[in-house]
Ligand binder design. Structure first.
Ligand code: ADP
Length: 390
């Protein structure tokens, strides 16, 4: 009996010890499992953080604006790739880096600040640097500086201002003349003088209307909105432009010769625009030549290009001005006699037409000998002998 009890007690003891050991083991296994799971979660979290950081960095590197982040003492923690170009910069561009450091230090003191930095280049550039404190719900996260290249917006703004100033100036001159002429005319008793004054009124009115026509034409061509492209033989364009230029050429006694190719050169173009471009070249050739100095218009095929060359034996253009004459309102000599009433929009029109047609306009000129302007546009696929078409 006692033996049996001892055996039972031993068995129970053993079972109890086993159970405790098993529980210990389970605890251990569970703890291990939970640590593994925590580690896994932690790793996944770290992966996610690294992924979103990489995404953020790549996005910041993709923007064309400099971003520099600093801690609350102004120490730089991060720069995107645009901003990094200034840390490696020498000379002028180092000015941007200096401005960033100064503005970040100010922003760290809680103030949003900004500054324009001129880089004299070349090319000349203007950068806009701004910095502001980063704070959220009363917590301070340091500061951020942004760097923008404002060269182009500044250039466009200056162009717009120049354009408005130029138009106002160009319109004010004939308007002033008209008002003065009208005033004189009102008090004039001599019919002969009155008739001369009336003719001058008419001339000023024509000048005014020419300026407005040029402005409208340029704006239409620049926006290229009502452009209508169709295959057209360049010969037709030349003859349209010639008939427009003829009256002033005859009046000035400047003969115009034409050299046309034996083939119909067909271009895919807006006839009105192209005619306007060739007319402007012809009009200038006549305007800037003395009487009896012939103007020659040559049309030819050069590779895949149809070229229209307008060559004069006129005053010529000094080398230093040859690049700029295609700008709006640019005139080599602003005196009325030499520009013959032009306002400097003709060649801007020609250049726009060339660009709209995937072509170009070039100039060669020697002062005292004359100028040759060449308008080149791509030839379309059609090329037929003259007269072969119905
Ligand atoms: P404008 O109305 O003054 O003729 P353009 O834009 O047609 O304006 O020409 C700009 C300037 O270029 C002219 O003012 C003139 O000084 C110069 N220019 C243009 N074509 C010729 C040319 N064939 N010969 C000499 N100068 C020219």
């Amino acid at each position: 009996m006692i033996v049996a009890l001892v055996v039972v007690a031993a068995v129970v003891g053993l079972v109890l010890v086993g159970a405790v050991a098993w529980r210990e083991h389970r605890h251990f296994v569970d703890a291990e499992e939970s640590r593994r799971r925590d580690d896994e979660l932690h790793r996944r979290h770290e992966d996610e953080v690294a992924e979103s950081e990489a995404r953020l960095r790549l996005s910041l590197d993709a923007i064309t604006q400099g971003v520099v982040m600093a801690d609350d003492t102004g120490n730089v923690l991060y720069r995107n790739s645009y901003a990094r170009q200034f840390t490696e910069a020498r000379h002028g561009e180092a000015l941007v880096e200096a401005a960033v450091a100064e503005l970040l230090a100010e922003a760290a003191r809680g103030r949003a600040v900004e500054r324009e930095v001129e880089l004299f280049g070349p090319p000349r550039r203007c950068m806009f640097v701004s910095a502001m404190p980063l704070a959220l719900e009363g917590r301070d996260y340091g500061s951020v500086a942004l760097i923008d290249d404002i060269t182009e917006p500044q250039r466009l703004d200056a162009m717009r201002r120049d354009f408005v100033a130029n138009i106002s100036h160009e319109l004010r001159t004939p308007m002033g003349a008209l008002s003065l002429l009208a005033e004189t005319l009102a008090g004039e008793r001599d019919p002969e003088v009155a008739s001369r004054l009336a003719m001058r009124v008419q001339a000023e009115a024509i000048r005014l209307s020419d300026i407005l026509d040029d402005l409208l034409e340029l704006s239409r061509i620049e926006s290229d909105e009502s452009s209508e492209r169709a295959p057209i033989a360049i010969q037709h364009v030349i003859s349209d432009a010639l008939s427009r230029a003829k009256p002033s050429a005859e009046e000035k006694e400047v003969p115009i010769e034409t050299v046309l190719p034996a083939l119909d050169l067909v271009v895919h173009a807006d006839r009105r625009q192209l005619t306007s471009a060739v007319f402007n070249l012809l009009d200038n050739a006549v305007k800037y030549s003395e009487a009896a100095r012939p103007v020659k218009v040559t049309t030819r095929l050069e590779g895949d290009w149809v070229e229209v060359e307008v060559r004069d034996q006129g005053y010529g253009i000094p080398l230093g001005h040859q690049e700029r004459i295609f700008e709006r309102f640019y005139q080599v000599d602003r005196s009325r006699e030499r520009t013959d009433g032009g306002v400097g929009l003709g060649l801007a029109i020609v250049r726009h037409v060339a660009t709209n047609h995937g072509g170009e306009v070039r100039v060669e000129s020697t002062v005292g000998e004359g100028s040759a302007f060449t308008l080149a546009v791509p030839m379309s696929e059609i090329l037929q002998p003259v007269g072969a078409r119905s």
